[in-house]
Design a protein around this ligand. Structure first.
Ligand code: SF4
Length: 350
């Protein structure tokens, strides 16, 4: 019989487990501390639970952490992990150390339905949502691996890996609730950023039900062009997304960022910079300009660094805070989604 994993359960759900097994309610708090505080691998390691209770628990439940099956390390220290998922697929997670900080970029779906023109993951199509356990397992495991290896501990989590967070929002939201709960990781929501193309269905919930920072993938201020780059524009146009965001109060240290991947001769002209200023003016936000990594069979190429600098300067000179995101792990990054695409197809052909 398959045991039920405990990773992904809230304190309330752990209390329900205690009730089911006739264990005292306070045991749930102890279990949460062992799981989310100490990252144990087995129930037997929960040594302040009585032996009888550990045996009862172990008969039906397991901690449920899953080790990565592959890891590649870049020259600059960036690491890409390939994790198995509950639906027997694979997703990528990227660890990006930077001085005394380190960001973990986590995935929330296997593949993606959004089909953005420039994205390798989009080409996989959608192959399933990650469970709360799948999402948290990436953080659980990498946090422990970097501690064992004496590397910089995680300071930030970004939901910018494979998949669209608002398309698996219940699980994404629950994972952030466990990350920020006192009986979970007890992280501040300001250490977490949820990135989205801007899905109408859950955008309002992202603003109202979560306190995490928000990043919106913009990529073009021009409707027709954004539609070509990102079919999601059809459902919720960037002008409507920005209008909704402008109505929201961003003054409580919560941050809104716009991600802008630059493509040579496509979205990097002065006209685009002007349109971007027009679109975002009057809004407390910043724009992250991102260098693109070539994806096979995609008729786009990356903008030259000098042109990115000019674009950034234009935005900054016209009241929009813009930065160029440092390109990290280029030697292993090249086409985010490539590693899992390869693994998925190997698996399907077995
Ligand atoms: S860029 Fe993000 S939303 Fe678009 S296809 Fe790729 S993973 Fe999905």
């Amino acid at each position: 019989m398959n045991k039920t994993p405990l990773i992904g359960m809230t304190l309330k759900e752990l209390q329900d487990v205690c009730l089911q097994l006739s264990m005292p309610k306070f045991t749930a708090k102890q279990m949460a501390q062992w799981i989310y505080g100490k990252h144990v691998h087995t129930i037997d390691e929960m040594t302040n639970l009585s032996k009888v209770n550990r045996e009862k628990l172990d008969a039906l439940f397991c901690v449920g952490c899953m080790a990565p099956i592959e890891k590649t390390t870049s020259k600059d220290g960036t690491e890409k992990y390939l994790f198995p998922t509950e639906n027997e697929r694979f997703v990528e997670t990227v660890y990006i150390p930077e001085g005394d900080r380190a960001t973990l970029c986590v995935s929330c779906q296997v593949g993606c339905k959004m089909n953005c023109l420039f994205c390798q993951t989009g080409k996989q199509g959608w192959q399933g949502d990650l469970t709360v356990r799948d999402i948290l397992n990436q953080i659980y495991t990498v946090e422990q691996l970097v501690a064992e290896e004496g590397k910089t501990p995680l300071s930030n989590i970004v939901y910018m890996g494979q998949g669209e967070p608002l398309d698996n929002f219940d699980n994404v939201l629950k994972s952030t609730e466990i990350l920020t709960a006192d009986d979970g990781w007890a992280w501040s929501p300001r250490r977490i950023t949820i990135s989205t193309v801007g899905l109408k269905t859950n955008m309002r919930r992202l603003l109202d039900d979560s306190e995490c920072h928000v990043a919106v993938s913009l990529h073009s201020p021009i409707h027709e062009q954004r539609l070509q780059l990102m079919p999601a524009e059809k459902q919720f146009a960037i002008s409507d997304i920005v209008e909704m965001l402008k109505e929201y109060d961003w003054s409580h240290q919560r941050r809104i960022t716009f991600e802008y991947t630059m493509f040579d001769g496509t979205n990097d002209s002065t006209l685009h910079a002007k349109e971007l200023v027009k679109l975002l003016s009057g809004m407390e936000c910043r724009v992250n300009l991102i260098r693109w990594h070539k994806v096979n069979d995609v008729p786009l190429s990356e903008t030259k660094p000098e042109k990115m600098v000019n674009f950034r300067d234009y935005l900054n000179n016209h009241g929009i805070t813009a930065t160029i995101r440092a390109s990290r792990g280029q030697d292993i990054w090249a086409a985010c989604g490539l590693l899992s695409t390869k693994k998925q197809s190997e698996n399907l052909s077995l």
